[in-house]
Design a protein around this ligand. Structure first.
Ligand code: HPA
Length: 276
């Protein structure tokens, strides 16, 4: 893929950081990036071929830096299908990180809570997903240099990394749950009837991102950990309408907690995937 190689070459010319772990920060969750040192911080619009995210609350920067000793790459903000991007554009950043050498990808997102045991502000480790976006980033001729035509998705979300995340959260006193994430195209929120349907088919969370990136990451053989922040209870489960404002406000509320968790977690994730 010519564009991918051009972007990777462009980035390599600007930093000596060889990231081992990649992080994608979702809506209103961008705070973690400020914990890095020795940073090269590049706005997406400056990077060749990089899709520029337009959603409010998405900063849109790639940060290559160090978390203490650990070299990491952080995408603050992501492209979504609902913005009109093609699936291959949505996953471009993840593929760049894969080519830069990350072995594990930690994704965060804002999600609606479907499981009635969840509440606003809860962090949930994604255990599996249901792709209802009607799109897949691997459609089209397979790029053999990235991965196989028919990648396995049996354990898309590493059980081992989830275990490490649960242990780390427990040490920090941060409550975390686990659940299945249903990916919708958006940008309209779901109807209450759609939420009842999603609950019936086994979803605990609903959102509009992450799944294309996970598919592209698994295609490349990266280990994946994904953490949803329940920014609101899904449509029909709480009184009143949903709003993007509520999503951003809850994101701000949990940003610190999520940053603390990521800071403790990333070195352990890196150690787990070292040599893979
Ligand atoms: N639905 C879909 N996406 C979301 C939601 C939701 O309720 N909250 C945050 N992202």
């Amino acid at each position: 893929m010519k564009e991918l190689e051009e972007t990777v070459g462009w980035l390599r010319a600007r930093t000596s950081v060889s990231p081992r772990v990649g992080v994608v920060l979702g809506s209103g969750l961008g705070g973690f990036a400020s914990r890095l040192t020795d940073c090269v911080d590049i706005p997406y619009e400056a990077i060749p071929h990089w899709p520029v995210s337009t959603a409010e609350g998405h900063a849109g920067r790639l940060i290559l830096g160090r978390l203490r000793e650990l070299p990491v790459a952080v995408m603050a903000g992501r492209a979504h299908l609902y913005e009109g991007y093609r699936p291959d554009q949505v996953v471009f950043g993840v593929r760049v990180l894969g080519r830069l050498g990350v072995r594990a990808l930690v994704l965060t997102n804002a999600a609606g809570g479907i499981n009635p045991a969840f509440q606003r502000g809860l962090l949930v480790l994604i255990s599996d997903h249901i792709n209802l976006q009607g799109a897949n980033p691997l459609v089209g001729p397979n790029e053999e240099s990235l991965g196989p035509r028919f990648p396995d998705m049996t354990e898309a979300y590493s059980a081992r990394l989830r275990q490490i995340a649960r242990e780390t959260a427990a040490e920090l006193g941060i409550p975390v749950a686990e659940g299945v994430y249903a990916a919708m195209l958006g940008p309209s929120y779901e109807t209450p009837a759609e939420i009842r349907f999603l609950r019936t088919i086994g979803a605990d969370l609903v959102g509009m991102s992450t799944v294309p990136e996970v598919i592209a990451a698994r295609h490349m053989g990266l280990s994946v950990l994904a953490i949803s922040c329940v920014t609101n209870m899904a449509a029909g489960l709480a009184p009143g309408p949903l709003s993007h404002r509520e999503v951003l406000e809850t994101g701000e509320m949990v940003r610190d907690r999520l940053s603390r968790l990521l800071e403790a977690l990333l070195p352990r994730v890196a150690a787990e995937v070292a040599g893979s």
